[in-house]
Design a protein around this ligand. Structure first.
Ligand code: FAD
Length: 367
């Protein structure tokens, strides 16, 4: 389960629906173009939001390119121990579910490129340009940003130093290294609880460290964890530092009420304290400002603001899934967003009339 925020967002600023057809900006396509293909939809990211957008886009008869930076698609699902809330599948490992999603998305003709990190985007023109880490450029009539989130860091001494030396953000990836050991799980949301339950089957002892005495996690998860004997709790407590030599050996814990510091021995720590949007590819904006990245409006935490059709403030640019300002971040909501975004992209392409002008465009290859 993932970190969720139920704080309702203010109604986003949305652009007017496309009313008139507009002329195609030929110049945009002639700048440094290396490729001659203009896709109907380019999806940035390869998680459930992206893959469902690919399915809906392809089935609507559109050409779809999915760009995923990792060697495999699936996003966070790949690294989720067990998924038990995906409709129709009572229980499945995240890895298996992600593999099914990938083959399903490819079945309808979407072109999926893994190991292709998007590092920049020019979203201003009628035809959008996306740059990837290998220096390639791709052109699309529409862009769906579905780059998800990354794990927030605690930002305390030792966190960087002991990453992969006892500190992890992924229980299914690293859990096996802690067989029979005493470990900490930091956080009080769904991710913390579901991964603590998973880790309790491997580790000798799991201690959930949470800054408050109430949890954000679903009650069902809290109840399940409370039945497990080797899970215990350190409440009203925060981690002030990670200590060790070559590997992590202890955590300095601060009591949030008394301020008292205590050093407690742990051989591992899994951190689930929230999510930060993966929007770096859009530019150097900061999440503290609502100044748009590449012109895309974001909220005060940096999540992309859309309307209910997943439209951003830029025409032809959509966002879907966890990267979006949304009250719930789960597989089902990401997939749903992806479907809506693809259908909205189809609607935009039809209404704008941009495709009718495509034959006028001549791509100029660099000398
Ligand atoms: C530990 C944990 C457990 C969870 N368990 C559950 C659960 O049991 N049930 C449930 O419903 N939800 C669960 N969730 C939440 C769920 O996984 C997410 O809500 C969902 O995966 C979001 O999908 P997404 O497509 O928006 O983003 P993601 O799944 O994050 O996918 C985004 C993708 O974009 C890629 N990407 C990022 N930047 C770039 C770039 N610049 N260029 C190219 N690609 C890029 C990433 O590599 C990633 O593959 C869990 C989450 C976590 C962290």
């Amino acid at each position: 389960m993932c970190g969720m925020s139920f704080k309702l967002q203010e109604a986003p600023k949305v652009h007017e629906p496309v009313k008139a057809k507009f002329p195609v900006d030929v110049k945009i396509l002639t700048q440094n173009a290396k490729r001659e293909t203009v896709y109907d939809i380019i999806v940035l990211g390869g998680g459930p939001a992206a893959l469902n957008a690919a399915i809906y886009g392809s089935r609507a008869g559109l050409s779809v390119l999915v760009l995923e930076k990792l060697p495999a698609t699936g996003g966070f699902v790949v690294n989720t121990a067990l998924v038990e809330n995906w409709l129709g599948v009572e229980s499945m490992s995240g890895f298996d579910l992600a593999a099914k999603m990938a083959s399903h998305a490819a079945k309808f003709g979407a072109e999926i490129k893994t190991m292709t990190e998007v590092v920049g985007a020019d979203l201003t023109g009628k035809v959008k340009k996306v740059k990837t880490a290998d220096g390639s450029e791709y052109f699309g009539l529409t862009i769906i940003i579905a780059t998800g989130t990354g794990h927030a860091k605690l930002g305390v001494p030792g966190e960087k130093e002991f990453f992969s030396k006892g500190i992890s953000y992924c229980a299914p990836c690293d859990g096996m290294f802690f067989k029979g050991k005493k470990i900490a799980v930091v956080g009080g949301g769904n991710s913390a609880f579901s991964e603590a339950i998973f880790l309790s089957r491997i580790a000798k002892e799991v201690v959930i460290i949470h800054r408050r005495d109430a949890f954000r996690a679903e009650q069902a998860l809290v109840n399940a964890a409370k039945k497990i004997q080797n899970i215990s709790y350190l409440l009203n407590s925060t981690v002030s530092a990670f200590r060790g030599d070559k590997k992590l050996t202890s955590l300095v814990i601060k009591n949030a009420k008394s301020g008292k510091l205590e050093t407690i021995q742990f051989e591992g720590a899994f951190i689930y304290v929230g999510l930060v949007p993966n929007t770096k590819l859009l530019g150097s904006g900061t999440s503290e400002t609502s100044v748009g990245l590449a012109g895309v409006n974001v909220d005060e935490k940096g999540f992309i603001v859309t309307d209910e059709k997943m439209r951003t403030n830029i025409r032809g640019v959509f966002a879907a899934g966890d990267v979006r300002a949304t009250p719930l971040r789960q597989i089902v909501t990401a997939a749903s967003d992806g479907a809506i975004a693809a259908i909205s992209a189809q609607e935009y392409i039809g209404e704008s009339g941009i495709k009718e002008h495509l034959s006028e465009i001549k791509l100029i290859k660099p000398n």
